[in-house]
Ligand binder design. Structure first.
Ligand code: ZN
Length: 354
């Protein structure tokens, strides 16, 4: 009996240690992404990760939040190289999962250098970039992404401006250093940058939490927005507050890309949205184009509440390798389509007739 008690105690202790290892924090990982020549549309990634000797499994983000499908752009990455202790390491791809990389850290090494390139033809032009961090980072298996800290650095042309929900630690010419964030926050925080840039504060009068309409475009005329259109977006923030009676961010950035040469669509985030106008550089040019893209920002903004702050349990993931279970997508996406359209009208971005 006594022996059994001891045995059970030992098993519980070992289980506890194993659990602690599974939850072990990772980092900080220094992640540097460089865009030396926008015309080349090629991002250079350099990731320095603290590691321990022995087997290591790394993942490339697979299930991208908001896409609800395993569409991480693994097939695009080029020139992948791992170095530790001054030596280039051998690596293997998991036979059943192309997003999983297996390697062994040699004795005595405490950091792993990861390098690769990512061509982003649909996200970069000679004058702008729309960066999503899930394209440009690997992370460790076995620890939730909220426990993996990243220190992101971005190197872009020195005359470009930028916007993101990330907090900037400093900018020195071409180099922007952001404050450290967990990996899931990084993936949730895209950056727009470009030569033709405009940021408008759309915080309603009297509100203390700031909301920004940040725009990057192909030309100076693409980011030319009228006072009436700006008033519509300020009204959107007011109407959303009236509808939800709450918001769940420290500040919010609408990150709008106005280009005829990038992919179109929108992706929701907790403190920002990645909005790529269907009318491209003409979104603000006239009433017809503006009507076409009218519900894009209201839809993605609604997701900060429905989809990010609150989400069906099956659509929550501890990391980007675990699948999303989309049975309640009609709540996540269907309700957002409905409420987003209601807000588009209430804010005056669409007329009642539209
Ligand atoms: Zn949506």
């Amino acid at each position: 009996m006594k022996r059994l008690t001891w045995l059970l105690g030992a098993v519980a202790f070992i289980a506890c240690i194993a659990d602690a290892n599974a939850q072990a924090p990772v980092g900080p990982v220094a992640l540097t992404v460089r865009l030396p020549n926008p015309g080349q549309k090629l991002l250079f990634v350099d990731e320095v990760m603290p590691v321990k000797p022995g087997p290591l499994t790394l993942y490339y983000p697979k299930w991208i939040p908001g896409d609800h499908t395993p569409d991480g752009e693994i097939e695009k990455i080029l020139g992948l190289e791992f170095t530790a202790g001054g030596k280039r390491l051998e690596w293997h791809r998991d036979e059943l999962d192309k997003f999983t990389f297996l390697l062994t850290i040699p004795a005595g090494a405490d950091r792993l250098d990861i390098r690769f390139e990512f061509p982003a033809r649909d996200r970069i032009t000679a004058n702008l970039m729309d960066l999503t961090w899930d394209n440009v980072a690997l992370y460790q298996a076995g620890s939730p992404t909220k426990l993996q800290m990243y220190e992101p650095t971005l190197v872009i042309p020195a005359d470009w401006k930028f916007a993101a929900a990330l907090e900037t630690a400093k900018r020195d010419g071409a180099t922007i250093t952001f404050k450290p964030v967990p990996f899931n926050t990084l993936v949730d925080s895209p950056v727009i940058a470009g030569k033709y840039f405009r940021s408008v504060d759309v915080t309603p009068t009297g509100a203390s939490v700031h909301r920004y309409l940040d725009m990057v475009g192909d030309s100076e005329s693409a980011v030319k927005i009228s006072d009436k259109q700006i008033a519509g977006f300020r009204s959107l923030v007011e109407q959303a507050q009236a509808l939800f009676h709450s918001h769940h961010y420290d500040s919010y950035h609408f990150l709008v890309t106005l280009s005829d040469h990038t992919s179109v669509g929108g992706l929701e985030h907790h403190q920002s949205s990645d909005d790529r106008a269907r009318s491209g550089s003409k979104m603000f040019a006239d009433a017809d184009h503006f009507m076409l893209d009218g519900s894009l920002l209201p839809h993605e903004y609604t997701h900060s509440w429905n989809g990010k702050f609150m989400r069906p349990a099956g659509l929550w993931q501890p990391d980007f390798e675990q699948p999303e279970r989309a049975g309640l997508l009609w709540v996540y996406e269907g309700l957002t389509v409905y409420l987003g359209d209601v807000l588009t009208v209430r804010s005056g971005l669409w007329s009642a007739d539209t």
